[in-house]
Design a protein around this ligand. Structure first.
Ligand SMILES: [Zn+2]
Length: 164
């Protein structure tokens, strides 16, 4: 790996550390030419098999563009989408699989999108899970309502806890 300062084509590893989640290795390097230090992060490559059978590298950009359609007209920012894609990548990497189906990515998107925006979630789920009838929507909405009730209780509990 080239030194980012002087472009010297070689560097020496002076320290190697595995991240807390075990998914990446951070190496501290030193350039033998200019003596400066820099870090590199190494992660396992992650590929996705599309429905067409084409294999391509996992891309957060693709996750964002897939979800962005479902978020049209919703109060979801580009920063929200970027964070969601980051969470999705963390979730799929945490499975420990080096190759995933496009479906697995969709599954990983659902819980995060649901936290972000329920309407966008319903749109995404209806396409991704191929909703066929109003009953499918009813089921998904009933689930959201049930969980919203629980979340409301939690909010009340934490408000009581922090009151002064
Ligand atoms: Zn250098």
């Amino acid at each position: 790996m080239h030194c980012p300062f002087c472009r010297h084509p070689d560097s020496r590893v002076i320290d190697s550390r595995t991240s807390d989640d075990g998914l990446s290795i951070r190496r501290r390097r030193q350039c033998p030419e200019c003596g400066r230090r820099f870090s590199t992060t190494e992660t396992a490559s992650l590929t996705v098999v599309k429905r067409s059978g084409v294999v391509e590298p996992f891309s957060r950009e693709k996750v964002v563009s897939g979800v962005r359609k479902a978020c049209q007209g919703r109060p979801v920012t580009e920063a929200d989408l970027a964070l969601l894609a980051q969470h999705v990548e963390d979730a799929v990497r945490a499975t420990g699989q080096a190759q995933l189906e496009a479906n697995d990515i969709g599954l990983a998107v659902l819980p995060h999108l649901r936290e972000l925006d329920e309407i966008a979630y319903l749109r995404f789920a209806s396409v991704y899970q191929a909703f066929e009838s109003l009953d499918d929507f009813d089921g998904a909405i009933a689930e959201l309502r049930a969980d919203a009730g629980k979340a409301g209780d939690e909010r009340i509990a934490s408000a009581e806890g922090t009151g002064d």
